[in-house]
Each structure stands twice: as C-alpha cells, then as structure tokens.
Design a protein around this ligand. Sequence first.
Ligand SMILES: Cc1cc2nc3c(=O)[nH]c(=O)nc-3n(C[C@H](O)[C@H](O)[C@H](O)COP(=O)(O)OP(=O)(O)OC[C@H]3O[C@@H](n4cnc5c(N)ncnc54)[C@H](O)[C@@H]3O)c2cc1C
Length: 379
Amino acid sequence: MNLTSLSYWEQTSFFAADVVIVGSGIVGLNAAIYIKEKQPKCSLIILERGFLPAGASTKNAGFACFGSISELIEQEKTCGTDGLHRLISKRWKGLQKLRSIVGDVQLDFKNYGGYELFTSQQTTLLEECVLKIGHFNQLIADIVDRKDTFSIGPNPTVFGFEGVSSLIENPLEAQLDPGKMMKALIAKATGLGISILNHCEVLRYRAESSGINIESNQGNFRGKRLLFCNNAFATQLLPQLALKPGRGQIIITKPINQLKIKGTFHYEKGYYYFRNVGNRLLLGGGRNLDFFTEETQQFGETPLVQNTLFRLLKEVILPTTSFEIEQKWSGIMAFGPALYPIIEEVEPHVFCAVRCNGMGIAIGSQTGAEAGEMVLNSL
Ligand SMILES: Cc1cc2nc3c(=O)[nH]c(=O)nc-3n(C[C@H](O)[C@H](O)[C@H](O)COP(=O)(O)OP(=O)(O)OC[C@H]3O[C@@H](n4cnc5c(N)ncnc54)[C@H](O)[C@@H]3O)c2cc1C
C-alpha cells in the first residue's frame, strides 16, 4: 500500500499510540490487556502481520501443562532446582491467570488429567522417573497446594496402547482449545479499546527524540514505547536475542468411534504429545528427529516427521482402531539456551517479551503481564 493513499483521518487516528506492540499471539495480547486494565488512558496498537495470529498461539496442541517428570529432570539439569521451582511457579501462575482472564468455559478447559508413557524398552528412563516422583512432588507442593501431584498411573491397557509398560499420572494437567482461547483474548483486547491491525508486518524501527518510528508494510506508526512480542520471528528485527525458531508439526484424526483416549499424554521427554479433541486424536512432535531442519521460521511438514507420527499412531497409540488423518499443520516456537522467556528493555523505550519455549500456553499470560508491567513503569 502506498502511504500517499492514506487519508488525513486515517493517518491521524490509526498510526500513533502510547504503546505499539508487535505480534498478536498470547503474549502480545496479554501484555496489551494488562497495560490497558492498569492504565485505561494508555492508547495501544497491536500490529500483526498475519490474517490471523501467525506463529504458535493458534497452532499449538492446547496442553495446559507444566512439565512431565522426564522433561522436568532435563530442565532441572539446565536451570537448577531453585530455577526449576521458579519456572514451574510461572507456568502454574500463568495458567491461573489465563483461566481468570478468559474463563474455563470460553477456553473449553477440561481437567482430564495428564500421563507420561513409557514403552517396554524404556525401563531405565522409567526407573529414573519413578525415583524422582517424590522429589518433584515436594518441589511443587507449595505451588500447586498438594503433595501428591505425580503418581504411578493406571494400567496402560485401559487406553488401548500397544507396547506401553507404564504411565505416570498428573491429575492437575488439563487441555483447552487454543482457537477459542485466542478468539476470547482478541475479543477482550478489542473490547478494552485496543486496536489490532492485521496484515501489518513491522519491517524496521528507529528511535527518534519524539518517540519510536515503526515502519511497516502498511505505513509508518509512532509509539512512545515499542514492545516486541513476535517470538520466533523476533531475530529478524532484534538479531542480538538468544533465540532460535523450532517448528512443531501436528496431525489430527477424523472422529473415532468409542475413542478410549481421554487426557493429555507425553512421550519421550515431551518430544511427542497427544490428546483427545472430543473424539478425535491429536498428535504432535518429532522435532528431535531432525533438529537442523526443524530449526526454521518456515511453516510446513516433512515426510520424516509425518511418517513417524503416523507410525506412532498406528503402532502404539491406536493399534487396534482404524483411523483417518483429517488435517495436518505446523507452528513455530522459540527456544534458547535458557528456559526462561526473555522479558527486557533491549534499548531505551524498546522492549521484548519472547521465547516461551514449548509451554507458552502455560507461561504466556504471565510473560505478557510482566512485560506490560515493565513497559508501564517506563511511561
Ligand atoms: C506445534 C506446537 C505445539 C505447541 N503446544 C503447546 C502446548 O500444548 N502447550 C503450551 O503451553 N504451549 C505449546 N506450544 C507453545 C506455545 O504455543 C507458544 O509458546 C506460544 O504460543 C508463544 O506465544 P507468543 O505470543 O510468544 O508467540 P506467537 O503466538 O508466535 O505470536 C507471535 C506473533 O507475532 C507475529 N509477528 C511476527 N513477526 C512480525 C512482524 N515483523 N510484524 C508483525 N507481526 C509479526 C506473528 O505473526 C505471530 O502472530 C506449542 C507450539 C507449537 C508450535
């Protein structure tokens, strides 16, 4: 679009705000909602390059989770016991915040519980995880207000699995509908008077004495503050950030008669995850099969991951049930050397809140609120 085709009215009403946010995923929306609720007079614009949000928030698996035992073991190695406690606390708080902002009905929040699967070949991993049940129950007791979160689960045959020897259960885990979640967050934001402008890709920005000049494919915006919530795509504009993209591929079946599987399931240290969506089965993961190829900002599917997901469905998850794949898609997350999101002022008046790893549903609302607080305090 040519800037000269904008009217005076458009230019004066739509192109300036106190705070301009880049990206309308769960983090950008929560940051905007937080700022507007705390400071109703603050004007806000969210610029979103997609027709819909086009990263991870509308494309994920909808697990409302805070980590399976084998994932927590790995994460404790990276961030230490105190660090892991802080991280789980953020995930838990984030989920409670999301539920209070959107409401369980609108989220289609279902507390069916979660399970980690161990196949007959994974005896060493199973032993290691079982030994850690007490440790993690103690670690998170003050966060979730119960002492027995993780326990040995039911006999895997109740779900009809093949070759699965054991389950570890977490009754606090739940599932939600990411489409409904995002629709409700968008409705909440627009209801508060926050402008969300789609098909608007931010290309460059420049700090000037009178504020930040934000160049987009639809024209130039001005903001007193600029907050990047564009997650895996942030390095296009902030190359100094320590984050890398990671693509996640997902498949979903057509409805299955008398589907035995109900809940959220983790397998192989969280690299595979599946759940029921009503009477459909959703399965995702497999990034670990080819980290190099999956470290991309491009959406798409690969035969290696798709074939592995299909085989897992056929041989382990639904071995005696006929099924058809209805749809497949991908989303892009952001990972990095640390498990914490990056919430910081990258230069005067320019902020970022990115890198929620694979648990942005859990940690996204909290991340948005913390970034919103940081921006508000600077105004
Ligand atoms: C396949 C998959 C499964 C997942 N499953 C789960 C799960 O079950 N549970 C869980 O907790 N987490 C899950 N996650 C992770 C979670 O979805 C993400 O951590 C979270 O959605 C990140 O939110 P965000 O707002 O930071 O980023 P995003 O949702 O990616 O939002 C960033 C937005 O910025 C926009 N943008 C980018 N560049 C620009 C630009 N230059 N100008 C304007 N706009 C721009 C993008 O279009 C996008 O809409 C999953 C992710 C994937 C991909």
